[in-house]
Structures are given as structure tokens and as C-alpha cells.
Ligand binder design. Sequence first.
Ligand code: KIV
Ligand code: ZN
Length: 517
Amino acid sequence: MEKLIIFDTTLRDGEQSPGASLTIREKVAVAKQLEKLGVDVIEAGFPIASEGDFQAVKKVAQTVQEPAVCGLARANTKDIDRCWEAVKYANNPRIHTFIATSKVHREAKLRKNKDEILKITEEAVKRAKSYTDNVEFSPEDAARTNLDYMCDVVQVAIEAGASTVNIPDTVGYSNPEEFGQRIKYILDNVPGAEDIIISVHCHNDLGNAVANSLAAVKNGARQVEGCINGIGERAGNASLEEIIMNIETRKEYYNLETNITTEEIYKTSRLVSTLTGLLVQRNKAIVGENAFAHEAGIHQHGVLSDKNTYEIMTPEKVGWKGRNLVIGKHSGKHAVTAVLEDEGFELSKDEIKQITKKVKDLADKQKKVEPEEVVAIAREITHQLTEEEKYIDLREMTVTCGLNMTPVASLKLRVDGEEVMGSGFGDGPVDAVSNAIWDILGQSFQLEDFHLDAITGGTNALANVSIKLLDENNNLFSARAVNEDVVKASAYAIIKGVNKAYNYKKKIHPQDTNTEV
Ligand code: KIV
Ligand code: ZN
């Protein structure tokens, strides 16, 4: 059977989802899980975009063994050189260079004519090829590019030495029939196309990303790109787990095999959702909470008699395990570890101890702790700052708010070893707390984003606060905190964001910024 190459871009295109930025440690955790899943290529980031992205790609390249590690680069020398500096540590490094080819992109964005784009393509691929034989080229917005001109660009890329040419539907405009025909046309008309890998990369703006990718595969594409849980720019990228399970479940139709261990799918999905904070919709194919739940009596009866009546794949095949563990104050570290392992966490003994203690404290207050709450606590503990990284720390806090009064907060912080008091008013309690912090620091940050989730619903639910702070140089820092108390969770998140900003200045953790260069 021929092989289909699975190219994961969760850490690059997926991370471009609004609000989904990951730290280096989180990216490495995802990359390790992707390796267990068995993907062939990990696109780990866009090294020229920021110092953080560069360091993340380098770290992933140094960590994983089996998959090729790829970095993205625009079609220019600076991007390509920087990309190579990051991926060169991998056992199998890949440079992925791209330039837009559609009329609207050429004229409105690049202001280049067709011949200029052909020349840039040739030079970029040759530059990348001077570093490695593993070069991928993408004509961005290929699906809206004139077919014959797109073929000219593909031919130039092949002649310059690209080993993979990727055809993106950048804006999710195509449909299965048209996109499949586009791939067939390349294979039938571009000399040398059958000697390299033709890849596809589909966005989901019209909900066609998976169908378009599969149509392309049926017409000869031998690499598919996508993201776990279908995350990505705007409506997302093709959902990799859906593509994989199509190939697996309909083997007789596609006649292709992959390197994927499907039993790792669910774990990978949970890890990506936990770390990016992007929830998976309940009825999402393959990895949604309801994907294997049968509600109607007639279905339940059928499945109990013979699973084949309503189940085309088993939950075990994708590594789905029911969540029937009840966590209470008598639950020990084994129950906690079981929940977290299912979510893809790899924890040290000390982290398990700290998490179990927090879970028990919470169970004392609310009797039962939901798995989602265990995950939120684990996420908090595994991302806490070290003592050295805590430039400021919360010591005391009083917040008063009510009807017909202005909310006021008084705080005592430890700032660089000394205890300092301050206060602030605000439109609400969180605003008052942040003003009190700025009062103490004598400097304010802009709270760019504030997101509050009640983890399980109910008035006693754990609050999960995610924030983004902007410093005076337009660097953006994200932080999260969970607590039973919404105001405390907000204060902890803001303080963590401030600490990240100070650490960034002191270069303790330069990766903790989302700044675009
Ligand atoms: O969607 C797109 O066109 C891309 C390219 C960089 C491959 O992400
Ligand atoms: Zn894309």
C-alpha cells in the first residue's frame, strides 16, 4: 500500500488561532505527543516571526527524534537563513518556503508581476536547497490562482529542487470536486510532478477543509497538512484526526496507509485543547465528547445487540476512554494521575503531589471535583513561576464592591523583596485590583484581553482567568490563573503577566512574549 504523509501544523498554523499562543514548554509537550501519535512532519513555527517562535522551533528540533521538523519561511534570504538556524538541529530538518501566487495577492499584497514571482520562487527554493534536500514550497492562495500559472510556479519550484510542493487553499474557497481536479491537473501536466510529493493544505472557511483534502488525496496528493482539533487561522485548518480516521476507516476506498497510532488521537486532542484553551465542540467528529455517545433508545438497543449497527469505528480505536472517575476528598494521587495521563500530561512526582493536595483542598469544600477542574489545577501548577521568576508576589488583598458604590481594592505586594502597599478604584473589582497593582508599581500595563471561564458551571465552580498585558514597548504577555474566587484568580493572572514582563526584560524567559517582529 502507498503511504500518505501526515504533516502537522498545529504548532504553526494552529497556533495562529486567535488566543491560542503557547509557550516553548507547551510547544515541546505537544511535539512529544505528536511524535507518539506518529505524524511524519511537525511544522513547529515561523522562526523569523519572533524570538519566541525561533526558540520553540529550535527546541522542538532538538527534542523529537522520528518526525521531520519543519519551519516556515517567506521566500526571501533572511527568512530562509533564520529558519535553517532553527531547524538544523533536527534529525530530519525541513524548510518550508512560500509566496502568494493568486492575482489578488500578487497585485494587492506583493505588488509583483507573474515573472517576478517565478524568479523569487526559484531563488527561494535554491537558497533553501543549499541547506537541505528536504525543501517544501507552497504557492500561497493556490486554489484561487489561475491553473496554468500555478502549474508554471510549481514547475519552477520542482526544477529548483523542491522535494514537496504544497497546494494551499489559503482562504478555504474551493470545493472537493474542483480541488481534486486541481491536484490531478498538476500531476498530469507538470513535468516531474510525479517524482516529488504533492501536498495539500486546506482551510475551513466554508467547512470543506477535510473533504477538499480527501478529494486531493484521492487524486494523487501524498501529503496532507492539518491541525489537531482543526484549529487554525479564522475557521481553522483541516482537522488532522478526521483525515486520519477517514483513511483508516475507509481503507478499501483510499488504499493508503499512514504511520499513525490512532489510539493516541484522543490524548493528543485533549492536550492541544488544554494547552491552547480552545475547547473542542461536544459533537466534533472523532474527538468530541458526544462522538461515541448514543442517546436515542433505538440506537442504544442496536449498539447493545451489535456495535456495528451504529458504530463505524470503536472509541478504543481513537484512544477514547469514558470519564467515569469520581474524584473526592478520599481520592489519591492515582486517581488524579489517571485523569491527567488521559489528558496527555507528563508530570514530575513533585507536581503530582502539589496537584493532589490542591484537588483534595477543593474536594473538602465542594465534595466532588470534576476532571475539568483537575486539569485546570494541573495546568496552573505546571505553569507556575519559580521563586526567581517572581519579581512581584501577592501578600494581602481586600476588595470592596457593592450596589451604588465605587469598587476599591487595597493590596500588599512583595516587590523585589520588599513589601509595598497600594490601593485603587475601578469600574469593577478586577479593574480596582489592577489599578492597585499599577499604583504599587508606579507603572501601568494595558490589559488587552480578559477572559473568564467557569470551569464546570455552578456558583461554586473554579474560575479560570486568562489575560493579555501590553507593556510600554508593545510586547504582549499572556497569563492564566485558576481559583475558587474570581477576583483572586484575576489578581493572580495579572501578577503572573507582570512577572513575565519583568522576566522578559531581565531575559530570564525571553520566550514568554507574543511580540511580532
Ligand atoms: O494557508 C496557507 O496558505 C499557509 C501557507 C503558508 C502554506 O499556511
Ligand atoms: Zn494555512
